[in-house]
Design a protein around this ligand. Structure first.
Ligand SMILES: Cc1cc2nc3c(=O)[nH]c(=O)nc-3n(C[C@H](O)[C@H](O)[C@H](O)COP(=O)(O)O)c2cc1C
Length: 183
């Protein structure tokens, strides 16, 4: 199984990116192949519907999503929504890359929870015909510190992340098996 991870913060040492790296570590521990895309490192040009001959970085991101069996997206909570950097990247995507695949949403907020950005992210995924996991992960104030191995220091958060990842892997496997049985 291959999973594409997209870190949507445009900030160095971002907590949502750190959390996503931990998610990647949990997947790799189960021998799942991970393709990690950090949007703070790949600065995509502003999407324009006038130009469908995309920059090579945008093509690289789209290929990674297309090749993945599932997708995990992390965003900071910005004014009750997703980051501009992430929304710009998502505007490049079409349903052909996401339809029928499991998608897990992850957020980091300055307050206790980033539910608003998670809801917006799930609405975007729904419009791309992706299958939203019934679990999601939100890291908030007081929970966004990590140990030297990259694991959340908050034990409750660690358990919630593992539970959400297990659910995502299970859903991805089921959807992949169903898609194979159809062909
Ligand atoms: C432009 C901007 C808008 C923000 N809006 C919110 C918000 O609406 N709600 C909130 O809880 N935190 C808000 N924050 C705080 C961030 O969500 C918080 O710092 C988060 O941990 C950043 O994630 P990151 O570390 O992955 O970049 C905002 C921060 C910025 C820079």
């Amino acid at each position: 199984m291959k999973v594409t991870l997209i870190a949507g913060s445009n900030r160095t040492n971002a907590s949502s990116t750190n959390l996503l790296r931990y998610v990647g570590y949990l997947l790799e521990a189960e021998d799942i192949s991970v393709h990690f895309i950090d949007l703070s490192k790949i600065q995509l040009p502003l999407f324009s519907p006038d130009n469908w001959d995309f920059h090579s970085d945008a093509k690289r991101v789209l290929n990674a999503i297309e090749e993945g069996d599932g997708l995990i997206i992390a965003t900071p909570e910005y004014h009750g929504s997703v980051s501009g950097a992430l929304k710009n990247a998502l505007d490049y995507i079409t349903a052909s890359q996401v339809a029928g695949k499991a998608v897990l949403s992850v957020s980091s907020a300055g307050g206790p929870l980033g539910v608003s950005s998670l809801s917006h992210l799930q609405a975007i995924i729904r419009n791309l015909h992706g299958i939203n996991c019934s679990e999601w992960i939100s890291i908030g104030y007081g929970q966004n510190t990590f140990d030297s191995d990259g694991a959340p220091l908050d034990e409750g958060m660690k358990e919630r992340v593992q539970k959400a990842v297990n659910h995502f892997v299970d859903l991805t496997q089921k959807l992949r098996a169903a898609a194979r049985a159809e062909h």
